[in-house]
Write a protein that binds this ligand. Structure first.
Ligand code: HEC
Length: 239
């Protein structure tokens, strides 16, 4: 009886207060695009939406939070880009869909190399990543997330071209490319990645209990780790 009462109260407050009241109730788990917690978010990814946790945060972590830059310890210019909270609280107008007002977009799109982020010798963010940011802003710049492995984790068809390379481009190359790659390690070409896949460092770096890669970012989800392990197990092919 009590349970039903609780359920009813939850439902009632759901419509009023949104998900806050009943966030951890397993029988009330509709897809909530504002719930960034991957353990309670069960929503499938909508290909027309851009998700902060899945697509935007990895770009910021990879390109902006390396040592000396916008991480919690170094917080250059007071700016920290390691979470949604830090983004909105340290960057002026970070969620505004007016690129001239939005300090993040201004810095990324700046033509003057003295002011452009990331600063030289790093190159500007690739247009595909800028476009993701633009779409995310146009869609309301929410702290949203989706489950990329909705419906199960299929490790049988993991390919370098469609899974490994795109993941490394978004989550690793900001730090592991250019003239001065972090850890003195480039992860740009197939052969760069094949080398660390074969010597065990790739998987070990992703799964160690502290200082895992991506450095300063969230640990990769279990399914991604399983896919990487499967790809390495099949010989880390350039397929
Ligand atoms: C914010 C910067 C940053 C990002 C993003 C990043 N790395 Fe690193 N990486 C480092 C630094 C700094 C080191 C050297 C210190 C260390 O090993 O912790 C390093 C070292 C490594 C090493 C060598 C570890 C060893 O045992 O020698 C590997 C392999 C690696 N990274 C893989 C990755 C992969 C794969 C990704 C993407 C999923 C990634 N990194 C993302 C900064 C980064």
């Amino acid at each position: 009886m009590r349970r039903y009462t609780f359920q009813f109260l939850c439902l009632a407050s759901f419509s009023i207060l949104g998900f806050l009241a009943c966030k951890h109730d397993p029988f009330l788990q509709p897809f909530d695009p504002n719930n960034p917690d991957p353990t309670t978010n069960t929503g499938v990814c909508n290909p027309d939406s851009v998700y902060f946790q899945n697509q935007i945060l990895p770009i910021l972590v990879s390109n902006c939070t390396e040592s000396g830059c916008h991480n919690a310890q170094d917080h250059q210019e007071g700016i920290v880009l390691d979470s949604y909270q830090s983004l909105v609280s340290t960057v002026e107008n970070a969620t505004q869909n007016d690129w001239n007002e939005n300090k993040l977009m201004r810095a990324l799109l700046e033509n003057d190399l003295d002011d452009r982020m990331p600063p030289p010798p790093k190159s500007a963010l690739p247009p595909a990543q800028i476009d993701l940011l633009k779409i995310w802003l146009a869609q309301g710049a929410q702290n949203n997330a989706c489950d990329e492995n909705f419906g199960g984790c299929d490790v049988s068809t993991v390919k370098f071209s469609t899974f490994i390379m795109p993941l490394v481009q978004v989550k690793c190359q900001g730090c592991h490319s250019g003239n001065n790659p972090q850890g003195n390690l480039k992860l740009v070409t197939y052969s760069d990645i094949k080398t660390v896949a074969s010597n065990g460092k790739l998987y070990a770096s992703l799964t160690r209990t502290s200082n895992w890669m991506p450095n300063g970012g969230a640990k990769l989800d279990d399914c991604s780790l399983q896919k990487i392990q499967a790809w390495i197990g099949e010989g880390a092919l350039e397929n």
